[in-house]
Write a protein that binds this ligand. Sequence first.
Ligand code: SAH
Length: 655
Amino acid sequence: MLDFEHARHRMVEAHIARRGVHDKRVLNALRQVAREQFVDEGFEEFAYEDSPLPIGSGQTISQPFIVAKMAEMAEIEATDRVLEIGTGSGYAAAVLAELAEHVFTVERHRSLAQQAERRLNAAGYRNIEVRVGDGTKGWQDKAPFDAIVVAAAAKSIPLGLQEQLEIGGRLIIPVGEDPYSQRLVRLTRIAANKFEEEDLGGVMFVPLIGEQGGHDENAPSAREVRPPPLPRQIARAAEDLPAIDDPAFGAMFDRFGSRRVVLLGEASHGTSEFYRARAAVTRRLLQRHGFTIVAVEADWPDAAQINRYVRAEERQSEAQPFQRFPTWMWRNTEVSEFVGWLHEYNRDVPDHAKAGFYGLDLYNMSGSIATVLAYLDKVDAEAAAVARERYGCLMPWQNEPTTYGRAALRSGYRTCEEAVVRQCMDLFERSMAEGDGALLDAKQSARLVASAERYYRVMYYGGAETWNLRDRHMFETLDQLLEAHGPDSKAVVWAHNSHIGDARHTVMGTVRDELNIGQLCRERFGARTALIGFGTDTGTVACASDWDGEMEVKDVNPSLPNSFERLCHDSGKPSFLLDFGRHGQLGDDLAAPRPERYIGVIYRPETERLSHYMDSSVSRQFDAFVWFDRTSAVTPLTMSADSTGKVPDTFPFGI
Ligand code: SAH
């Protein structure tokens, strides 16, 4: 059973107070209301994440932070009469009822209004009245109000609502036609005919649908946003990049050559340019700057096979590496070329300078996930579907309300934990015994063995705890590789932007208590760390629609109007390096959080804004950013069988 009270207190601290709501009465009100009672059955687990959740009729329960922020801005006193427009689940009404004497709330969907009324009654609220109707017209019979809070975005401020404000009353309302971004406005009635308007910042709400200042029933279209001046600043600071195959490309990164760790990101797991650019930078760091460790976001045992190949060591296992989903992530021509190059490179350098190729991920993570799925497919199809969704979420995704529906745990899920963990342990012990573990130094093996069972239990459930466990593990593996290679050793890391961009400057850190390897490297190595992000506007990407699904090549949507990517696109330059270390002013100007796109192995363009964008402060998250305006999908290697039906075993990839 989840400890809701603990989760609620943690949420108030982490999602609300830390983000700037300080009013003690408001924070207390949020500590009082049991949010899990206002979400649909099965969603309780997610009730204290700072996300909107689905509540039926295509609507969502508001994010706790925004409920708190609106309540604070409404300056509600204990004797106030408050009107809320958009009852939804009833959660915000309950919070308001903790603060005010009386709350009146209007909802246009009858089913939602009735459900909210039931929930509010069950929770014991006696100072709330719910009505079905068009809230843009307010609630004339009950006016005037000391505060009016509108939980849906209006085109313009409804006149009726202004008139129903008491003198001194406050109206808090999101205004704007863009479905993805509106302004939160506070209108204070300072005299009968005098209103003061304040802009409280950017927000995202579902549309207010109604007669006065509302939207039409049919969803509004996105509004064109005027291009801001930042793109011009970016264009000025941008250093044009030569073609990736040009040796001059790698030389652009010589400035990072003296760092102990250089972490190279990617904005997707299936973009050719990101792989080729990282290979070019890595070649240069190995050849010119004394790096000997290439550590990637991949399973240790699979990477170990590549390592033996590039170091011309004897092969230990018959199986080919990277045969499990997502195969294209490592089995592609881009990686194959780089591995071939590493093999050649190592032939010509003395032993101490030879480079190694290592996997940082939770030991055998994709192998374990495949084990979990195979088991669940056999015994509980529903649990298997949930698992696929949850594993798809080992990437930022958590804002997409429909995803929660597919990822909510059913009772059968827990029942399978024991059996699944046992199978994962079997796999683990087998692969260690077969010698895949031989490459690990004794210390790392001991660490793995000691925590394996816990890893598999946490991993089984996916979600936030898995994220932190995984990134901590990746960091520890990197740390031990560096230690094993001596005090002067240097490492290049290849992992997704979400792992290598300092989590403290994204919603992951500020809201979800998630950390990552980039953050841990900065904490450990300070200025001897380089975190380099990679991004794109549009093109194609190799990805899947669901975990375990077929690889597809999908078009990447052009970036959103208010995103960091759009600023880069609007600079008009096709490819460049943005070095925030050399352009401090630009770094400061870009420091405000804005949406940044994260495409993982799963890409769902249909729900892109919610499932793939996360507010991030790019110039703080990274030391530098590499831009390719148009990009294309990686080319996967096929595992074709020869005429005898046997998969050819040419090392390392069997082509
Ligand atoms: N405050 C709610 C979230 C509401 S989402 C909560 O905490 O759960 C916005 C709600 O506004 C939706 O339920 C939507 O149906 C409702 N809505 C939209 N236009 C409306 C209108 N004109 N009058 C009343 N409700 C409206």
